[in-house]
Structures are given as structure tokens and as C-alpha cells.
Design a protein around this ligand. Structure first.
Ligand SMILES: *[C@@H]1O[C@H](CO)[C@@H](O)[C@H](O)[C@H]1NC(C)=O
Ligand SMILES: *[C@@H]1O[C@H](CO)[C@@H](O)[C@H](O)[C@H]1NC(C)=O
Ligand SMILES: *[C@@H]1O[C@H](CO)[C@@H](O)[C@H](O)[C@H]1NC(C)=O
Length: 531
């Protein structure tokens, strides 16, 4: 097999991701030129006089058992290829070229080659008849060829080679796929492959596309339309005909929206014409992520793309001051058509993440804040941790205190369930500040929805150092201050130097005390989850 078109084959070979086998088959199928024939017929090895003669249809219908002396390999080496026959009016047709070898034998009067089209179920046969008295060829291998079986572009045919008469078990048979219009030679010369070349210009302001056509069949009108491709391309209303006598091969079609599946299609006005399709916006996929709707009554969040797209979809939670959206468990969907989530938490942080081969996108349908949301605040008041929950809608929460043992896991220590009536009042929970520490977190999860994410506030400060008991600490401080003051008064009378020393000590103590109080005040507000 020779590669005729170097450039094409080079491209085929370089396709990096396709398996080698596919590259080879694809390369051969698309790159070779089709052999031309002037006349079709049958032929045999040099000098062997064989003829193409039609048989009575029923003659070779049933096989008969082979004579004992008939060699098992009487038929061999069947090879099939496609040839092209062109008439001066430049109309070309495709034919099967079937080759094989026959061992010349007294019981064999010829060879029958048949092709069954698996599409149309139509069968065609050719007979190669041998002369009766040719003793000098006895037991010799004769090469036979038949090339008159006409086939269609990309037809799947089942080819058989039989002896005449038809002896059982010596048949040769093979499936064969005729080249399609992607083969450059076929695409250029076979009429049904000539489907036109489309060039376009988009006017985004006026929302129309101008299409110019070339390489079309000159004796036919030509159709151009816009369509939206799902499995097939569905009409979107814009359609125009270029009359065969029109010198200006251009039309203008209006569109309503640029979509990745919006395509331009063109075809000659004849039955079953092959179409040229161009989908110029197929890479503009980001528009597809915007078709998200939320039904507040049914509480269903739906993404219904206007074009089919191969995307992995999941819900995620966008933390404040962070650009990485955290995946919500069990929300992954790889439906291509429509994705729905029922009972989602309508928080501004709840988003949808779309991932395709081309990248990843996040859309946050509740970010505008026009849907009911809730909020958790944590305050430290008088050694009590007060958790306040505000909600614009009836909601049920689970609040837990947990110990963050590593980045991803927080070990539950205590948990509480709180109901919020959706009124203006806050629902509060008071906890003792005894639970404190840098790894201790307060986690709040809405539990009456299917899709949400826990809000967490970590690092509950311990107001005083561990060595000091929490209870009555301010009283102790007051006692310390009183003692210092008393001592100072006494030592004033004992000497200036002593006083100075004591005064310094008093100042130091005062500073220490002030520091402690400051920590306490600062600790009042731990965090505010949402502003
Ligand atoms: C939190 O976890 C750490 C290490 O896993 C442990 O040392 C500590 O005692 C835990 N704290 C509480 C309050 O359980
Ligand atoms: C929590 O404490 C505050 C004052 O410290 C009080 O007003 C509130 O009623 C308490 N809440 C609960 C649920 O006990
Ligand atoms: C979501 O919630 C509804 C009603 O509460 C329930 O019927 C449905 O099964 C839930 N779906 C999932 C996926 O959890």
C-alpha cells in the first residue's frame, strides 16, 4: 500500500492521542488515490482467455459437494479495492475491483464474484467463464479480476467469490467498506460528495450571518440554513435558497443567539444530498453555564443547557476570601442534558461547578442575595459563648462543637439541634467558655435541605492563661492591686530609694493587669461568619 498524499498522511500520523491502528486505517482510507479505469470487465492471467458471461440466476443458487479431486484451495487470495471510472462529462462512479486466484481444474468452469450491499440488500454478480478445452493450464494457478460491480460512497458490502458450478466449502468471502467523501479523491470527483464549501461572516450587532458558498454542483439550487445541533441538527427557522442561476452565491441568515451548537448547513437541492455543516461557535461554551434556574416553590435548582455538552457538574461552596469552591458531597452529576438538585440551601455561597476538557467554571446562582439566606454569629459575652442564628426562612440547624484534629476532619464533642422559625428573632445558644482552644471549632449545618455545607468558626480563645483559674479572676486582680497600693503607702515613709523600687514594681503590675483586661475585651468578638 502506497501513501500517495504525503501531506495528508503526515497529518494523520501526527494525531497524538489516537491509537496507532486507527491512525493507520484512517490514514490509508483517507490518503490514497483511487485507481482509475477506462472500461470495466473481467480479465485473467496473461494469455488465459476468459469471458464475462451472465448466468441464469438459479444456476449458482445452491452449492453442491465438491468432487474428491478438487483442491481445497481452488480459490485463493481474494483482494478487494475500489476503482473509479470517469466519463468525459466528468461524471465519475466507483466500482469494486475484486482479484483472486483459481486453480484451473476440469470441474471448474469459471468464477462468480458477488457483492451484497448491506445497506440496500441489493446483490450484483459477475461471472468469469473459462474455455472448455485448455489442457495446458490444468492444475495451474490463474489470476482472475472483475471490476464492474458499481458501489456507492462509504457503502458496506459483503463480497463473495465462488466457483462455477458452486462447490460447497471453497467460497471466499469478505466485508468491505468503500471509501467515503473524506477520501480526497472521492470527495473531489464523486457527485454525491460535492456538498459545497461555506464561508461566513458574523454581524453581532445586527445578529445575522452572511454565508458565501463555493464548490457546489452548478446544475442545482443550493440550500443554506441555520440549525441547532443536538443529536441531529434542528431547524431554527433561518433558511435560504441560492438559485442555480444566481451569480452571487451569498445569503444572509438571522440568528437569535450565538451558541456553541449553532451550525450553518448547506446542501444541493436533490434527494439525500450530502450536507456541509459548519459550527463556527463550538468553542464558545461558557454561555452554556448561564442557563441555571431556581424554582423557589419546589426548591429545585436546575441547569438546562441550550446545547448538549460533556460536562461534569457538582455543587460547591464558595468560602469568603477564597477562590476555590469546595465540593458538596453527593452532588456530582455527569448527565449531558439537564441537571436538577432538589432542596438546596439558597445561600450566596452555594454554587455550581462545571468541568469539561476545556476547563472549569463556577456559577453562583444565589450570589445576588435575592433568595432566603441564613447566618451564624459567635460572640463571647461574660465568659459565655453565644451562638446566634439568623434566618430568613424556616430552617433546622445542627450546631456542634468539634476538635479539629486535621485539616479535613473535626471530631464532634457536643451537638445541639436548633429550629428557626424564619422570623426576625435570632435563635441563640449559650455555651460555657470552658471549651476553648485554638483547634476548637463551632460548626453549623442546615439539616432540613439536601445540599448545603457546614459553616465553621474556629479558634475559641481562652480568656486567661491556663495557670489562672477562670472563676473569680477579676476579684483576685483587685486583691493584688489593693496589696500593692497598701505596700506602697507603707514604704513611702521608709525612704525615697525604696519607694522608687516599689513604684516601679507597682507600675509593672498595673501594666500586666491592663494587658489581661485588653485580651478579654478583644476576645469578645470571635468571628463573624457573614456580614
Ligand atoms: C483535640 O485533639 C487533640 C489531638 O488530637 C487532643 O490532644 C486534644 O486533647 C483534643 N481536645 C479536646 C478538647 O478533646
Ligand atoms: C444566653 O445568654 C443571654 C445573656 O447572656 C440571654 O439573654 C439569653 O436568653 C441566653 N439564651 C439562652 C438560649 O439561654
Ligand atoms: C431531597 O429532599 C427531598 C424532600 O426533602 C427528598 O424527597 C429527596 O429524596 C431528596 N433528594 C436527595 C437526592 O437527597
Amino acid at each position: 500500500m502506497k501513501f500517495q498524499n504525503k501531506e495528508c498522511c503526515f497529518l494523520c500520523w501526527r494525531k497524538p492521542c489516537a491509537p496507532l491502528f486507527f491512525i493507520l486505517v484512517f490514514g490509508i482510507a483517507n490518503c490514497h488515490t483511487i485507481q482509475r479505469i477506462k472500461e470495466c470487465g473481467v480479465s485473467c492471467s496473461q494469455g488465459f482467455p476468459c469471458k464475462n458471461k451472465q448466468l441464469d440466476d438459479s444456476f449458482n443458487f445452491f452449492c453442491r459437494s465438491a468432487p474428491k479431486d478438487l483442491p481445497k484451495n481452488v480459490l485463493e487470495n481474494m483482494k478487494i479495492s475500489t476503482v473509479m471510472k470517469c466519463t468525459p462529462s466528468s461524471r465519475c462512479s466507483l466500482h469494486l475491483n475484486v482479484n483472486g486466484t483459481v486453480i484451473f481444474h476440469g470441474h471448474v468452469r469459471g468464477v462468480e464474484v458477488c457483492a451484497l450491499s448491506l445497506g440496500s440488500q441489493h446483490t450484483q454478480c459477475m461471472n468469469i467463464r473459462f474455455p472448455r478445452q485448455k489442457q495446458k493450464y490444468y492444475q495451474q494457478k490463474i489470476h482472475v479480476q472483475a471490476n464492474c460491480l458499481e458501489v456507492d460512497v462509504s457503502e458496506h458490502v459483503y463480497v463473495t467469490m465462488k466457483t462455477i458450478p458452486d462447490y460447497c466449502k471453497v467460497h471466499l468471502e469478505e466485508h468491505y467498506y468503500v471509501e467515503d467523501c473524506h477520501n480526497k479523491d472521492v470527495g473531489k470527483h464523486i457527485r454525491s460528495c460535492i456538498s459545497g464549501k461555506l464561508d461566513y461572516m458574523v454581524n453581532e450587532g445586527k445578529k445575522f450571518i452572511t454565508v458565501h458558498v463555493s464548490n457546489i454542483l452548478e446544475d442545482l439550487d443550493y440550500n443554506v440554513r441555520l440549525c441547532r445541533k443536538r443529536f441531529i441538527c434542528h431547524d431554527v427557522g433561518a433558511h435560504a435558497v441560492i438559485k442555480k442561476e444566481d451569480a452571487n452565491k451569498s445569503v444572509t441568515l438571522e440568528y437569535s443567539e450565538i451558541l456553541p451548537c449553532l451550525c450553518i448547513e448547506g446542501w444541493s437541492a436533490m434527494p439525500d444530498a450530502r450536507r456541509t455543516r459548519l459550527c463556527p461557535f463550538k468553542n464558545d461554551i461558557s454561555i452554556l453555564w448561564d442557563s441555571i434556574t431556581y424554582d423557589p416553590k419546589r426548591q429545585v435548582l436546575t441547569w438546562n443547557p441550550l446545547c448538549p455538552v460533556n460536562a461534569e457538574v457538582h455543587l460547591c461552596w464558595m468560602p469568603e476570601h477564597n477562590d476555590r469552591c469546595l465540593r458538596i458531597t453527593n452532588s456530582l452529576s455527569d448527565e449531558h442534558d439537564k441537571v436538577s438538585y432538589s432542596r438546596v440551601d439558597t445561600q450566596p455561597s452555594l454554587c455550581i461547578n462545571f468541568t469539561t476538557d476545556a476547563g472549569s467554571w463556577v456559577r453562583c446562582p444565589f450570589a445576588s442575595g435575592s433568595f432566603p439566606a441564613w447566618m451564624m454569629e459567635t460572640h463571647l459575652i461574660n465568659e459565655i459563648i453565644q451562638i446566634r442564628l439568623m434566618s430568613q426562612t424556616k430552617a433546622k440547624f445542627s450546631v456542634s462543637i468539634c476538635n479539629q484534629t486535621n485539616f479535613n476532619s473535626c471530631e464532634k464533642l457536643q451537638s445541639y439541634t436548633l429550629d428557626h422559625g424564619g422570623t426576625l428573632d435570632n435563635v441563640t445558644l449559650n455555651l460555657s467558655q470552658k471549651i476553648c482552644g485554638p483547634n476548637i471549632c463551632i460548626q453549623c449545618l442546615r439539616v432540613d435541605v439536601n445540599y448545603t455545607f457546614p459553616v465553621q468558626s474556629c479558634g475559641i480563645p481562652c480568656m486567661l492563661q491556663d495557670s489562672m483559674p477562670n472563676q473569680g479572676s477579676s476579684l483576685q486582680m483587685l486583691v493584688v492591686v489593693a496589696i500593692i497600693l497598701a505596700l506602697t503607702t507603707i514604704f513611702t515613709w521608709t525612704g525615697y530609694l525604696t519607694f522608687q523600687v516599689c513604684n516601679q514594681k507597682r507600675l509593672q503590675k498595673k501594666l500586666q493587669m491592663k494587658k489581661l483586661l485588653e485580651i478579654g475585651i478583644l476576645g469578645l468578638e470571635i468571628t463573624e461568619e457573614h456580614k
